[in-house]
Design a protein around this ligand. Structure first.
Ligand code: COA
Length: 174
């Protein structure tokens, strides 16, 4: 079994697109049409509003990956998978914590995601991370499989972030 300590996180580059697309096909989209093919993943990697995170095991093997997209106030987790050989070692949680912290620092109000309604391990995983179920969307996947939508609130929508002025004043204080 692979050691957790040997796994490092980094941002993806275009050279990762093929393996990430295959992982999406086999670990996330299995039994559905393959939507996240290499071209699409490559475009996501190039987008400035999208973070594609790769968990690398020894010898450069990809142990897991995640894709999160950001708008002005909300982040959307598009994909997340951990190789079966690396599951239940905290790697999914580690990638999600990194992404949630990134979303918090970027000022996001909330993080949203959908998962297949039959995917009970993932449902438990997201619940353990503080996500709550908001909706069941019938036929979300190719008109034949339902999705569960979940969200994690990071801050109150009304809470004001410190402005640049506030930060400058705070830095000037003795
Ligand atoms: C869901 C997934 C990403 C979890 O990754 P992971 O690295 O195994 O998860 P972690 O080891 O970080 O688990 C963190 C916690 O989540 C919960 N959890 C994770 N897998 C679980 C399972 N199979 N059953 C029940 N709870 C689970 C547990 O509370 C776990 O903590 P614990 O191990 O201390 O009990 C992984 O199972 C996976 O890749 N599944 C296939 C793809 C997928 O379903 N992606 C998500 C939907 S897009």
């Amino acid at each position: 079994m692979a050691s957790f300590d040997a796994v490092t996180l980094r941002l993806a580059d275009a050279g990762d697109a093929d393996i990430l697309a295959r992982m999406s096909r086999d670990l996330i989209e299995a039994g559905l049409g393959w939507r996240y093919r290499a071209d699409r993943v490559r475009r996501l990697i190039a987008r400035r509003d999208t973070v594609v995170l790769v968990a690398c095991a020894g010898l450069g093997g990809v142990a897991g990956f995640a894709v999160m997209q950001f708008d002005d106030e909300h982040a959307h987790l598009l994909l997340l998978a951990v190789q079966p050989s690396h599951r239940r070692q905290g790697l999914g949680r580690r990638m999600m914590r990194w992404l949630l912290q990134t979303a918090r620092v970027a000022g996001m109000v909330s993080v949203h995601l959908e998962l297949r309604a039959t995917n009970l391990p993932a449902l438990q995983f997201y619940r353990a991370l503080g996500f709550a179920q908001t909706l069941v969307l019938a036929g979300y996947y190719e008109q034949r499989e339902a999705a569960i939508r979940m969200m994690c609130l990071l801050r109150s929508p009304d809470a004001r972030l410190p402005s640049d002025d506030w930060l400058l004043r705070a830095q000037r204080r003795p």
